[in-house]
Ligand binder design. Structure first.
Ligand code: ADP
Ligand code: MG
Length: 702
């Protein structure tokens, strides 16, 4: 149960004075991504922090005001000049002056009654706004503020600016933030006193007040003490939640799973290649973990093409040998089916039954899978999110493998673990993740690394080509096709605006078909699953030679004899994505090429990305460079999945705080296992504040 002290923050925004249902919709769209499942709450407003400032401290004279600059000027009102009757297109003007000259205040569709009240002739007022010179005279169009001398002291000379959305003006956003601040209760302190002191951090309420009522740009910088305190709160909540998840997964609930090695050995014998040292080492590490009575929580990190699937299959075989079942969860349907295609034949040959479960299995077929899972006749289940569903019940789940882990959240991992009372968890990620980010998103996991590519791999030649040389490229592709090579051609997803909504892939497909005829296939996200499968299969089997695709093939697709990767509008892709895409080629024994087709002129960042791609194939270096070039959220693909990693913390500024938070979280749980001390109670409030309710439920007295 959420502590009552937080009720005001978890109330809908409409609880605040001045926020009606219409504004609430705009706020929900802005603060909750707006799919409508969750309404914006008062607390969301508090953590919607300013992105900048309006600085009205500049108080020049009228003639001294710089063109276009914000100015706050003390003036005397001279005369009103309403527009001629019936002509609303001419603005209402009010002329004012100071000792240096005259200023025209301009109001389009100005209301005379209101203006006469605001600006009575002969009185002194402060006006604040942008000074523009129009026909050689200074004017101010719609001053942002008009105040009397008495009220001047209350006028904010520095105003926070918030990210906005349709239906939400800056003034309204400011009012919302102020209203939310007034609803903030005084919460008990959860940060350790000595840490607060060491960093000079203010209390939560003070920090929020300072940021929403900044006095200087420094107050809203990520390095300000107020911001850091909030970032720490967010990081601590995250680390504490992860520590609780990890503890739950490890604690007691494990069981030693010791395989005989028999099935594994015959799989190894059947593989058309020799395992790399890194694969062998990882398999051993996994076995050692599985044999422990605690739960395994291990991450298998390996760049694209490093051979994670084989490791996963061997781990699954060990689980089956030990008398359990295994599940592999993939982020996309295509990938789940591809795993099925590669794994099932090998698995079957050693007597393991494999099934696949995605959203597509329906009715009787689905029921049959459920039944065979429950009675234990299915040994390995492959699938998508569908594996989480409540009616999926295993007979005896020993191992859950989560492929491309970064696409799934902590609670999904929990859901999978809960499918088997004793299941070990192996998460695999192809995106090489810098250490700080591993910590952030996954907590302290054990890590196995595939830091070695299969020896047979040849380097991939990467070139950048301007789009105006498309013709040359097409004839090059034609040559390659006549040599029997396979080519991926990736197009970004854009709607060609004025026309019917067609994807760029469809346009390219038609163009290439003109030249290459039957050799071209296509796969994109809007196709029906069966059509996608057929297109992938045709390409795999060589019925088509060129596969035009959107990024649906980004993750994990394996067609070993594809040798050319064309990425159209490469400048629109992020580094991590480019690297993932390039990793689709260079998997076989023939030399491969990656052609980055770009539209000139390139922006600075895009140019840097393409340069890095040409310089290196090292996934770790690319990930680090990506982190430098972009926000950390995007590396993990959070932007695509729409779950923002952080609201407040910024890795460029707060990586160090993350380490402190992790140590702090560990220390806290070692001293106060169930968070029952006074500080523990306060920490529970913190967890709720950052919506870590799932983690609180893991506490005994939760
Ligand atoms: P990823 O780590 O990106 O998931 P995959 O598991 O899909 O990589 O493997 C990529 C390709 O490399 C597959 O075609 C696979 O059969 C092959 N492969 C895996 N391990 C080896 C190896 N030790 N030697 C040669 N090829 C390998
Ligand atoms: Mg893979």
């Amino acid at each position: 149960m959420r502590p009552e002290i937080l009720n005001s923050l978890f109330a809908p925004v409409t609880n605040l004075a001045g926020i009606g249902p219409k504004l609430a919709v705009a706020l929900t769209r802005l603060l909750k991504g707006g799919d409508g499942t969750e309404a914006a709450k008062v607390g969301d407003l508090l953590f919607h922090l300013p992105s900048g400032l309006i600085d009205r401290r500049n108080q020049p004279t009228i003639t001294g005001a710089a063109e276009g600059a914000l100015a706050t000027i003390k003036v005397r009102v001279d005369r009103h000049q309403p527009p001629p009757r019936g002509n609303r297109r001419i603005p209402y003007r009010v002329y004012v002056h100071d000792e240096t000259g005259e200023l025209g205040l301009t109001f389009f569709r100005g209301q005379s009654s209101w203006l006469e009240k605001q600006l009575p002739v002969g009185e002194t007022r402060y006006v604040s706004g942008r000074v523009e010179w129009y026909n050689g005279r200074p004017t101010m169009v719609h001053p942002d503020h008009i105040v009397t001398e008495e009220n001047f002291a209350d006028m904010p000379l520095v105003e926070p600016v918030y990210p906005l959305t349709a239906g939400l003006s800056l003034k309204v956003a400011q009012k919302c933030a102020a209203a939310a601040l007034s609803a903030l209760p005084e919460l008990p302190e959860w940060i350790d006193a000595s840490l607060l002191e060491r960093h000079h951090w203010p209390r939560l309420s003070e920090a929020l007040n300072r940021i929403h009522r900044p006095r200087d740009i420094l107050d809203i910088s990520a390095d300000a003490i107020s911001w850091k305190r909030l970032a720490y709160d967010e990081l601590l909540a995250g680390q504490l939640a992860l520590a609780l998840v990890r503890r739950r997964m490890k604690k007691g609930a494990g069981k030693p799973w010791v395989g005989t090695g028999e099935k594994q050995q015959s799989i190894i014998d059947k593989l058309p290649f020799e395992l790399t040292q890194a694969q062998k080492r990882s398999v051993q590490e996994i076995h050692a973990d599985m044999a422990q009575p605690q739960r395994m929580l291990r991450m298998l990190q390996g760049d694209v093409g490093s051979g994670k699937t084989a490791v996963a299959l061997l781990a699954c075989a060990a689980a089956v040998e030990a008398g359990g079942q295994a599940a592999i969860m993939a982020p996309t349907e295509i990938l789940a089916r591809q795993h099925y295609a590669t794994i099932a034949p090998l698995a079957k040959s050693v007597g393991m039954k494999v099934a696949v479960l995605t959203g597509r299995e329906k009715g009787a077929a689905r029921k049959e899978i459920y039944a065979e899972l429950a009675d234990g006749s299915i040994d390995i289940l492959l699938g998508t999110h569908a594996l989480f569903q409540a009616d999926v019940v295993f007979h005896n789940l020993a191992l859950g493998v989560v492929d491309e882990q970064h696409r799934f959240g902590v609670h999904q991992r929990l859901a999978l673990a809960s499918k088997g009372g004793f299941a070990d968890i192996l998460v695999m990620t192809a995106t090489p993740i810098p250490r700080t980010l591993v910590l952030t998103f996954f907590g302290d996991m054990d890590v196995s690394k595939l830091d070695e590519k299969p020896a047979s791999r040849l380097p991939i030649q990467t070139n950048a080509i301007a789009l105006d040389r498309l013709d040359q490229l097409v004839s090059r592709v034609q040559d390659a096709v006549s040599r029997g090579e396979k080519i991926y051609w990736i197009c970004p997803l854009v709607e060609e605006s004025d026309e019917l909504p067609v994807t760029a892939a469809e346009v390219r497909y038609k163009a290439l078909e003109q030249v290459l005829g039957q050799n071209v296939g296509m796969v994109h996200g809007r196709m029906k699953p069966a059509e996608k499968d057929a297109a992938m299969l045709d390409f795999k089997e060589g019925k088509t030679r060129v596969l035009v695709a959107t990024t649906v093939i980004e993750v994990g697709v394996d067609v070993p004899d594809a040798t050319i990767m064309v990425i159209e509008h490469a400048e629109r892709f992020g580094l991590a994505q480019l690297h993932q895409l390039r990793g689709r080629v260079g998997r076989g024994d023939k030399p491969s090429t990656c052609l980055l087709l770009y539209k000139a002129p390139l922006g600075e960042v895009a140019e840097a990305r393409l340069r890095i791609m040409r310089e290196t194939e090292d996934g770790f270096r690319i990930a680090e460079e990506d982190l430098k070039l972009r926000g950390e959220g995007e590396i993990l693909g959070t932007r695509q999945s729409g779950t923002p990693g952080f609201q407040i913390a910024r890795m460029e500024h707060h990586a160090q705080l993350l380490e402190i938070a992790r140590d702090d979280a560990r220390l806290i749980l070692s001293q106060d296992e169930e968070l029952t001390s006074p500080r523990g109670e306060a920490l529970r409030i913190l967890l709720y504040l950052f919506s870590k309710d799932e983690a609180v439920r893991l506490l005994r007295a939760g």
